[in-house]
Design a protein around this ligand. Sequence first.
Ligand SMILES: Nc1nc(=O)c2c([nH]1)NC[C@@H]1CN(c3ccc(C(=O)N[C@@H](CCC(=O)O)C(=O)O)cc3)C=[N+]21
Length: 292
Amino acid sequence: MSTEGTELAEIINGKAFSANLRAQIAAEVAGLPYQPGLAVVLVGDDPASKVYVANKAKQTVEVGMASFEHKLPAETTQEDLLALVRRLNADPKVHGILVQLPLPKHLNADEVIAAISPDKDVDGLTVVNAGRLAAGLPGLVPCTPLGCILLLEDRLPDMTGLNAVVVGRSNLVGKPIAQLLLQKNCTVTMAHSRTKDLPALCRTADILVAAVGQPEMVKGDWIKPGATVIDVGINRVPGAVEGKTKLVGDVAYQEAAAVAGLITPVPGGVGPMTIACLLRNTLTAAKRLEGR
Ligand SMILES: Nc1nc(=O)c2c([nH]1)NC[C@@H]1CN(c3ccc(C(=O)N[C@@H](CCC(=O)O)C(=O)O)cc3)C=[N+]21
């Protein structure tokens, strides 16, 4: 069967959805008697990370929040980084703290994350927030999973009984997405690098979430006709033009779009939702910390 190029799936436009979400956040921020503040910590000078941090800062200011950027040299010590996190924990102008990952190899990311106050942990990465999510208690949910679930809720208002397969088991994406899908009454299966016959398992999915970080790994014939495909991957690969790069997801988009019912593109799908949800989490954290 040749499916190449015959796009049947409806595209889930994360760029438009996130713009809408940011407009709602801006409207709510405008009515607050205080200004929510987000601190972003970047260690070292990974060029890709720099771009994300710049985008985050720009969008933070656009919704009326204060942006505090802390760019530290690559050789920053663990002690200095921990001291900064503790200062941010104590700073009343800062409601959200994000430490950009990955950190340089000589730093212990687990220890840095553990130092972030759970009430300011807008990435939802602390053990406290992971535990709250697993227990179904209110907390701060990691931004990318939150973005995925908002897109899904919009298109599939009732997910009860649907088979959801999550490919990837990271603490940042795979595990929290599985928790959120479970809360939506999906039957959730977590797949990973050791899963047997991954293509066959994926074909059982009404909702397929790809969060593995492998460019175009999920093929068209892994997808159940009409399924909803959420592509979390953001992989920079060599482009058609020599020396240029392009972004691709974890899903072979053209093949997948010929089979799926709904699909998120890369770019313009989950990526923009991640930043919008970071701002949403900052607003959530600020309201809880300020008591309104
Ligand atoms: N503590 C921590 N939390 C993070 O959430 C985190 C992180 N560290 N480290 C780096 C990754 C990466 N990340 C992205 C967010 C948005 C886009 C995004 O908006 N992408 C656009 C395209 C951007 C482009 O064209 O380069 C899109 O998919 O349409 C991409 C990547 C958050 N991360």
